[in-house]
Design a protein around this ligand. Structure first.
Ligand SMILES: Nc1ncnc2c1ncn2[C@@H]1O[C@H](COP(=O)(O)OP(=O)(O)O)[C@@H](O)[C@H]1O
Ligand SMILES: [Mg+2]
Length: 314
């Protein structure tokens, strides 16, 4: 279904534009002068048309929106004007050669970037209608809503499987009624329950690499995030574990928004609904093209996208 066929799309777009204008005004007052106008790399149209076509009501909620994101390390400008929407119920793959800023970009989405010495940023990250960088926002709460899974599985080695899954709640001082139920449901959703249900008191480090990565996913799920960021989560895993994680990603995406950085084009094609292609080209990383994964892989608009996805460079 095209955007024009969608009866709600005009209103949605107008509402979106209003908010964009307001946010732009707020942003300009607050941050630096280096910021450039927000470009429209929105995935909203394709997201809405896909969701309509599978019978889900259009105007589905935006899990997270990045608007006009720039990043620096010292004086080095590493990301330029990235705007992308991440919808609930979808998986977005971020692809591009090493060094084009993919990791930096997703670290900005959950406020990890600012803790790196010399790091600076501009732009907005909208979650639940508010900029996560607004003054007074509690960073810990943002991290609970926007979870992160890293390239190398990093369970706490001196904690049991059970303790690992529940560790986020403890850190955030969240009390829960039935820890065993939550433990089981997180491990089930992460696709690990059947393999560990009889060894919940063993150390996390005793698991295989693929199991450790699913344990880290279960740990992220325990605090009930709206968005899960995954930075090359399968690059250290064997093909079997990779497929298992991909299944898990597809299952989880029904209830949240997932953003996955991957160098594996097949993985992006298998697992994602939308794809954003980043490229640095000697300067800061830019979003060259974004859209439905199928279009990016079969009918990209930009020659550089086609060259990259067909393996001519990168
Ligand atoms: N902690 C850091 N300090 C300084 N420069 C960094 C740091 N992390 C990344 N960079 C630089 O920022 C750019 C983007 O890096 P990164 O986000 O890791 O790219 P990608 O994940 O696409 O490989 C690169 O030029 C990299 O060298
Ligand atoms: Mg990276």
């Amino acid at each position: 279904m095209s955007h024009q066929d969608n009866p709600n799309s005009t209103n949605d777009r107008e509402a979106n534009m209003d908010q964009k204008t307001q946010n732009q005004a707020r942003h300009t007052q607050r941050r630096d002068a280096t910021r450039r106008p927000v470009s429209s790399h929105s995935l909203a149209d394709v997201a809405n048309s896909r969701l309509s076509s599978v019978g889900v009501p259009s105007g589905s909620s935006t899990g997270l929106e990045a608007r006009g994101i720039h990043a620096w390390f010292g004086s080095k400008h590493v990301l330029e004007d990235i705007s992308l929407d991440f919808f609930t119920g979808t998986v977005t793959a971020l692809i591009g050669p090493s060094g084009c800023g993919k990791s930096t970009f997703i670290r900005i989405l959950n406020r990890m970037h600012e803790f790196i010495p010399t790091a600076a940023l501009a732009g907005e990250v909208i979650l639940d209608g508010k900029d996560v960088y607004d003054a007074g926002v509690d960073v810990t709460k943002i991290r609970l809503k926007v979870g992160m899974v890293f390239q190398k599985p990093n369970p706490f080695p001196s904690m049991t499987i059970r303790e690992n899954v529940l560790s986020g709640l403890k850190l955030a001082q969240i009390k829960i009624e039935n820890a065993d139920e939550l433990l089981e449901s997180c491990l089930r959703r992460a696709g690990l329950w059947d393999e560990v249900k009889d060894r919940l008191n063993e150390y996390g480090g005793a698991l295989s690499g693929g199991q450790q990565q699913r344990l880290c996913i279960a740990r992220s799920l325990a605090v009930n995030p709206q968005v899960l960021l995954m930075d090359e989560p399968c690059s250290a895993l064997d093909p079997g574990s990779t497929l298992r994680i991909e299944e898990t990603i597809r299952e989880l995406s029904a209830s949240m928004s997932i953003v996955i950085v991957t160098h594996n084009m097949q993985q992006a094609a298998r697992v994602s609904d939308f794809t954003g292609f980043f490229l640095a080209d000697g300067g800061p990383g830019r979003l060259i093209e974004s859209g439905a994964t199928n279009d990016i892989f079969t009918n990209p608009k930009q020659q550089r996208t086609e060259d990259y996805v067909s393996g001519r460079f990168g």
